[in-house]
Design a protein around this ligand. Structure first.
Ligand code: SF4
Length: 521
């Protein structure tokens, strides 16, 4: 891509996040740049994908002749990100070479929470873990093991848990992040939004963000499409109490009173229906219960919503009319990290219903539908039959995901020993003390355990309570399960492969720092 300085500055005005999306943009004059560090030193460019966040942008690891990672570039072949990385992705080598990485298996020697450990060999740590797991299974049953996974790396451990025979796996990705949203959309459309969010900003005429901060929460492909949509003149409506980065680019910024978004959404639905601005063909073809909805939103006038939201009724009408004008090409972003006030599923439902009224579900410029990507199944023998889950997903929480589980439910079950005792936890790639609300409750649960095993790259609070700690490889040193992305306009699959050899190797004496030319930076 060739752009001049003025255009570059214009695009990067989105903020520092967007500013970092430009590593592959050639600035005029730079093409004359002589063989720099890159030309002189790089010997290999190894494709893989980033794991600093869930967007999983394509990367090219620039490696020197000693096998040392010099720099991470974006992969121009990647269908979502086209060679861009954000600041975090660019800094991925800092994780690889972080001097504070967990380097050796550790066994606890002091009290839980004290953080006193001894360094042990891999054999010793794995024997300890194996014995404890066998003990728990014999004494309480396989279901007494809880698993807290996160990220694609955890998939191997998920298979291990299935083979062990426990149904109890729960990750914050549902209960603390996008679960309420997916419940709201599933109740409306029959399917969850999924990840990444399939908003068609490429063809949208109007973008609607409700508490979503594109340009601050940088997900590379999304920021890129957002910036391009702005550039070609798509309208932008931002609902946010704070004057966020996208609010600064908006045609309408609605500084709503926090916690009142559902009232605004109901009033918008009221205007669309009352003024016949909704997508009649779409509703006639696909919707059931429209008359009940019409009746339901009758009383939710903009004047009613003004008192609750502090947004003037005239502005509510004006923005609803704008959405009606651009329907169905309205990209109403379903949001992410949407556990806000406790009524989140209902807010998401109101957003999904609004999307349906605009006829924007499965339509160009709105939300596009996922496409399945055929991929071979993980090769495994039949797993043992498992007992019902302890976290309440699908029972006590009928709408809770049985795939992702309910973290708080698993913590409660551990404290109460109800419906049965949970005596062991394996925590993989997440800090349960920090990522789940009410850390005191989590600590109470940990106190009931016979085993807490932590597998991670970096030390964090939960490690202080662990009986055994296993250091894990970063995303730059490993293979992973095949990544299939069905929530993309062009669905694709990506492989992870080591960009460098693992820096830590197993040995009878314990994890060894592999000699790294240039040192452990
Ligand atoms: S958005 Fe940034 S952190 Fe997330 S995967 Fe892409 S480069 Fe990595």
């Amino acid at each position: 891509m060739n752009i001049n300085r003025r255009e570059f500055l214009k695009r990067t005005a989105l903020g520092t996040g967007a500013l970092m999306l430009a590593p592959n943009i050639k600035l005029h004059g730079l093409e004359k740049y002589p063989d720099g560090w890159r030309g002189a030193q790089r010997v290999e460019e190894i494709p893989s994908f980033c794991e600093i966040c869930f967007w999983r942008c394509g990367i090219l690891g620039n490696v020197d002749k000693h096998g040392k990672l010099l720099k991470i570039d974006g992969n121009p072949e990647h269908p979502l990100t086209h060679g861009r990385l954000c600041a975090r992705g660019n800094a991925g080598h800092k994780l690889l070479y972080d001097p504070d990485r967990l380097k050796y298996p550790l066994l606890r020697v002091g009290k839980r929470g004290e953080g006193s450990f001894k360094r042990v060999s891999w054999d010793e740590s794995l024997d300890f873990l194996g014995e404890k797991l066998t003990e728990i299974k014999e004494k309480y049953g396989a279901e007494s093991l809880g698993f807290f996974p996160h990220g694609i790396h955890a998939r191997f451990f998920s298979h291990l848990m299935k083979a062990y025979g426990t149904p109890n796996s729960a990750e914050p990705a549902f209960a603390q992040c996008r679960g309420p949203r997916d419940v709201g959309y599933r109740l409306t459309f029959g399917g969850a939004v999924g990840s990444p969010e399939p908003v068609d900003f490429q063809e949208t005429q109007m973008m609607v963000l409700i508490g979503t901060h594109i340009g601050e929460n940088v997900f590379t492909g999304q920021v890129l499409e957002f910036a391009e949509a702005l550039e070609r003149g798509a309208k932008l409506l931002v609902v946010d109490p704070r004057f966020s980065t996208p609010a600064s680019k908006a045609d309408w910024w609605l500084p709503i009173k926090p916690g009142t978004d559902t009232a605004l959404l109901l009033a918008w639905s009221h205007v669309l229906i009352n003024e016949n601005l909704y997508h009649r063909d779409y509703i006639r073809k696909y919707a059931t219960g429209f008359n009940r909805l019409k009746e339901h939103v009758k009383k939710f006038t903009p004047e009613w919503a003004e008192k609750i939201t502090e947004i003037p009724a005239a502005t509510i009408r004006e923005t609803a009319r704008a959405m009606g004008k651009y329907s169905p090409a309205v990209g109403l972003h379903p949001g992410r990290h949407v556990t806000w006030y406790g009524n989140d599923s209902q807010r998401a439902r109101a957003m999904a219903i609004l999307t349906a009224l605009l006829g924007a579900y499965g339509q160009p410029g709105g939300l596009y539908l996922p496409t399945s990507v055929p991929a071979p199944k993980f090769p495994s023998p039949a797993y043992p039959k498992r007992k019902p889950r302890a976290d309440g997903a699908g029972s006590l929480y009928p709408l809770g995901s049985t795939g992702l589980g309910v973290t708080n439910g698993l913590i409660d079950a551990t404290v109460e020993e109800d419906p049965y005792p949970i005596k062991g936890w394996i925590v993989y790639g997440q800090n349960v003390i920090q990522s789940i609300p009410c850390p005191e409750r989590t600590k109470e649960a940990i106190a009931k355990l016979d085993l807490l095993a932590v597998v991670d790259v970096m030390p964090m609070e939960q490690m202080l309570y662990a009986d055994v700690v296993l250091p894990e490889a970063t995303y730059l040193e490993r293979y992973d399960d095949l990544l299939t992305v069905k929530n993309a306009k062009t669905p694709f699959a990506a492989i992870r492969q080591p960009v460098v050899q693992p820096l830590l190797t197993a040995s009878p004496a314990g994890g060894l720092l592999k000699s790294c030319p240039g040192g452990w930076v």
